[in-house]
Design a binder for this molecule. Sequence first.
Ligand SMILES: NC(=O)c1ccc[n+]([C@@H]2O[C@H](COP(=O)([O-])OP(=O)(O)OC[C@H]3O[C@@H](n4cnc5c(N)ncnc54)[C@H](O)[C@@H]3O)[C@@H](O)[C@H]2O)c1
Ligand SMILES: O=C(O)[C@H](O)[C@H](O)COP(=O)(O)O
Length: 363
Amino acid sequence: MKIVADENMPLVRELFSPYGEVTTCPGREIDSQQVKDADVLLVRSITRVNAALLEGSRVRFVGSATVGVDHVDQHYLEGRNIAFANAPGCNANAVVQYVLSALFRVRPDWLRQTVGIVGCGNVGGRLYRTLKALGVDCRCYDPFLTVEQIPDKCSFEEVLDASILCLHTPLTSSGPHPTYHLFDEQVLRRFSPGGLLLNAGRGAVVDNAALLELLPEYAWQVVLDVWENEPTVSLPLLQAVNIGTPHIAGYSWDGKINGSRMVRDAFCDWLGESQPCSSEKTEIIDLIQMSSLGKAVLAVYDVAGDDRQMRAELLGKGESIGMAFDQLRKSYPQRLEFQHYRVRGCSDRTLEQQLAALGFRSG
Ligand SMILES: NC(=O)c1ccc[n+]([C@@H]2O[C@H](COP(=O)([O-])OP(=O)(O)OC[C@H]3O[C@@H](n4cnc5c(N)ncnc54)[C@H](O)[C@@H]3O)[C@@H](O)[C@H]2O)c1
Ligand SMILES: O=C(O)[C@H](O)[C@H](O)COP(=O)(O)O
């Protein structure tokens, strides 16, 4: 069996070589020539999977080690009887931890403010439950969920009243509630001046040109992990935001590995074989002298480092912005999630409980 895979899918050789011959290449270079005699195609979000790529190939299974599926024409795959699997929820912890780091970095007193969450699935729902455990006032907009699923469900108008807005929707352009430019000029104008807007869903959920134009007037704080027209992001917008990162919110090591494993497991199901179990030991790192929640979060993951690196690599790059953006993602360092950290010697009971709510170990 011939398996063609994006080289940025960690452990792909280890996980898939028991089933066939694995060839890897950069995701943006996967073309119809490379896949024409492949049986299996494994991608991440930067490879467009559609008729142009697959027509005439013998591909029977497509796996995407991602949550988002806006790069995949699932309708085409169904029509050609090509099996498809993605990795729902694989990186939800990573994105929640990114959001916490960004909030502590940009607005240290955020725990006392109202956080609006738009899109309450794996990421938004986990963020909601984490914030509730910390006692934060939340309101949630997700037209596809019930109040039983999300007790703080509210209308779109109400979510726009929050002082902090976190966007975690997929990118959709059809259906009853499409998200493409959901935050267009009119909607952005309804968001409180001075509010904090964070987008870690998909870039085009926010009209980036309108955001850039309105920013001086509304003095929002802005955190963007995702951008319109990635990898060619707007440099004026990067300069205007408080935190800008190259679509790495979900790039914890755990999140990326989960993505690869979930696709391997779905592939085994499709083959009718049992899923191999993994017996990996969790690496534990000790943290000491953590006097506050913000200190512990930023000690483990400080989003400001990713922001600095993005500015250093992209600003002044001219035509090679896209290459620099892709390179930052490709060479992203290993980032371990909070569950790998044990906080020692914490004498404050409330802080200890809050740390536990975020997934830190105690001991
Ligand atoms: N920045 C990153 O690294 C990163 C990582 C993971 C996911 N993502 C993106 O974030 C999105 C959400 O991830 P997830 O794991 O929570 O996905 P999910 O499918 O579990 O949840 C998405 C939620 O959005 C809701 N939704 C859909 N349309 C909506 C609308 N118009 N308004 C409000 N809510 C709406 C859905 O009902 C669902 O509950 C993904 O689709 C992906 O595009 C980005
Ligand atoms: O959809 C997802 O899972 C995330 O956006 C993910 O982090 C995308 O990463 P990529 O596939 O672009 O490497």
